[in-house]
Each structure stands twice: as structure tokens, then as C-alpha cells.
Design a protein around this ligand. Structure first.
Ligand code: 1GP
Length: 249
């Protein structure tokens, strides 16, 4: 089954959770172990990517380790075209819609597209919207971050993504953000687009995950949480909260 069909199928049952593994954050052998434990905790897919320090070598090794330890779909979450995960199951073909630098809008995409097409990788198009504080990804991506109270701007970008034909909209507060994307923003975005809404950045408790899902998040992404050795019980609690929310589709 294609990964997008797997996501759509899952979303017809309930909300989904994805675990983000950054290849630059741990030895590649540890990534396999993390993915296996995240799968046991109930996560629905593994995303692989990071804002800095991702090389072709650590990316390929990380994907291979994950594929050898866990049967879940592995989705590449790219930041630049100089590393392409050749053995992942799908790649988010994404544009950072509020970047000030054309490189992040269409430049890296122009560089990576021929290789992605040649490899025959499944692509899932995604509008990526950086919300305050934006953290490292906001800085590296030269994002004109959406202020937390500027709901209309977030909604505008999200509708634009949908009208461009993008399959997903991702509201990103940035990895390790002290506060996640505001619920009100998630609610208004969800009310205005028909495509699934992904929310990530700073989600580290079941209560937060539950509130964001109640506001309209279809897919919750957590990353930093699994970088701490003993994450199973907290991850399980978050996933339970996410899966407990009824489907929107
Ligand atoms: C970053 O949204 C993801 O792209 C995950 O954020 O690391 O804060 O969980 P955290």
C-alpha cells in the first residue's frame, strides 16, 4: 500500500501520531532501536529529518536501521536537496510557505525533484507553515514566522496550500518549542481546509496532544521526546490521547 493511502485509511479510523527521528541527533544504530520502541508504543509512522547536520550518509544509515527494526512506513522529512533518502517509503515534497528565501519555497525542490522522480519515490505534497517561535527550523529556513495571534495569516497560508493542490498542511512551532501551535490557530485552519492538518513542535504531554486533536489536528508529530532514553511511557500516553480522538474523515 502507498503511504498516502495508509495515512488516509488510518485517518478514517482515528487521529494519527508520527515519530520524528533526526539522523543528526543520535548514532545511526540507536535510531533503529528508537523506531522499534516507538512502534511498540503505537506510533503510526516514522518521519526522518532535521534542520541541520543531515548528510546523505547519516540519512541512509538511519533509514536502513529503522527499516531493519520496524515495519512502519518511513517518510523522509527533508530540509535540503543535497541528501535524499533513497530507501524511504515516501518523501514529503514540501514547501516552507512562509520562508523569505526562495530556496525553501521552490529552490531545493527544483534541485531534488529530478532525483526523486528518477528513484520513483512516492511523494506526499505538503505546505509547511512555521509558527512562532519557529526554533531552529524557523531560523535555518529564514521563515517569516506566523505570530501566535495571527490566526488569519496561518489560515491564508493553509488555504493557499490546499488550492495549490497540496495533500497536507503542517503547522510547525519548531522542534523543542516551549509552547506548541495555539489551539485557536489549529481550529481555524481545520475549519478552513479539507486536507489533513499536521501539528508538531513542543508537544510533550497527553493533555497537550488531546487539546490539539480536539482543536482539529489530524496528525500529531513528536520528535524531541524520543531523544531521551526512557520515553516509552510518555510516548504511549501521548499516542493513546491522539488515538482516542474520533476521526474527522
Ligand atoms: C519538529 O514538529 C516536530 O519538526 C517535532 O517537534 O521535537 O518539539 O517534538 P518536537
Amino acid at each position: 500500500m502507498k503511504v498516502k493511502a495508509y495515512i488516509d485509511d488510518g485517518l478514517r479510523q482515528r487521529r494519527l501520531h508520527m515519530t520524528l527521528i533526526d539522523p543528526a541527533k543520535q548514532p545511526t544504530s540507536v535510531a533503529g532501536d528508537i523506531s522499534e520502541r516507538a512502534a511498540a508504543a503505537g506510533t503510526d509512522a516514522i518521519m526522518v529529518g532535521g534542520s541541520t547536520g543531515v548528510t546523505q550518509e547519516n540519512l541512509d544509515l538511519t533509514v536502513d536501521q529503522i527499516k531493519s527494526r520496524c515495519a512502519l512506513p518511513v517518510i523522509y522529512f527533508p530540509s535540503r536537496a543535497d541528501a535524499i533518502a533513497k530507501r524511504c517509503d515516501a518523501v514529503y515534497f514540501m514547501s516552507m510557505l512562509n520562508s523569505r528565501n526562495v530556496r525553501n519555497l521552490t529552490g531545493e525542490q527544483r534541485k531534488g525533484a529530478p532525483m526523486i522522480k528518477r528513484l520513483g519515490l512516492e511523494t506526499i505534497s505538503m505546505g509547511y507553515i512555521i509558527v512562532e517561535p519557529g526554533m531552529k527550523v524557523g531560523e535555518v529556513g529564514e521563515a517569516d514566522v506566523v505570530r501566535r495571534d495571527d490566526v488569519d495569516r496561518a489560515v491564508g497560508y493553509a488555504i493557499a496550500a490546499e488550492l495549490f493542490g497540496m495533500a497536507l498542511v503542517y503547522l510547525e512551532a519548531g522542534s523543542g518549542a516551549p509552547q506548541p501551535v495555539p489551539e485557536m490557530m489549529v481550529r481555524e485552519v481545520k475549519n478552513n481546509v479539507g486536507v489533513p492538518v499536521v501539528v508538531g513542535g513542543g508537544i510533550n504531554s497527553p493533555e497537550t496532544a488531546e487539546k490539539l486533536c480536539s482543536a482539529g489536528a489530524d496528525i500529531i508529530v513528536t520528535g524531541t521526546l524520543v531523544e531521551n532514553g526512557d520515553f516509552e511511557s510518555s510516548l504511549e500516553a501521548i499516542i493513546k490521547a491522539v488515538h482516542g480522538c474520533a476521526s474527522h474523515f
